[in-house]
Design a protein around this ligand. Sequence first.
Ligand code: FES
Length: 150
Amino acid sequence: MPVYNLKINGQSQTVEADQDTPLLWVLRDHLDMVGTKFGCGIGQCGACTIHLDGSATRSCLLKVSMVENMEITTIEGISEDASHPVQQAWKEIDVPQCGYCQAGQIMSATAFLNENSNPNKSEIRDAMNGNICRCASYNRIERAVELAAS
Ligand code: FES
């Protein structure tokens, strides 16, 4: 089985995996980093969102063989104690209901705010559009992104 050298949350990780193994499963099953969630497995829901070289990306669609030597950031790497401004805003607005999609939502929000630190409502809605929340906490998500940007 091939061995891959990955850079995750600033640390080097070596994993042995089939070349087609999705990064999502490498994170969850090989490295026990279970903050990144499995929702659909086909790139439709956003639950598995991570940052790849700073951009929000769906880890269920990335083969491990595609991401060697790239900067991978997961929800575990956003902050050690949930002190990132987006996480603080999430807490203040009390965004989650069931919570399952929230890691992916936060990863999308942080990547978006790194690119656009002063977004309007419509830009926020567009940026967060691909992250599905089955509890429909969309209004709170938008308000939290607004708060984090302020
Ligand atoms: Fe990757 Fe749904 S699990 S987009």
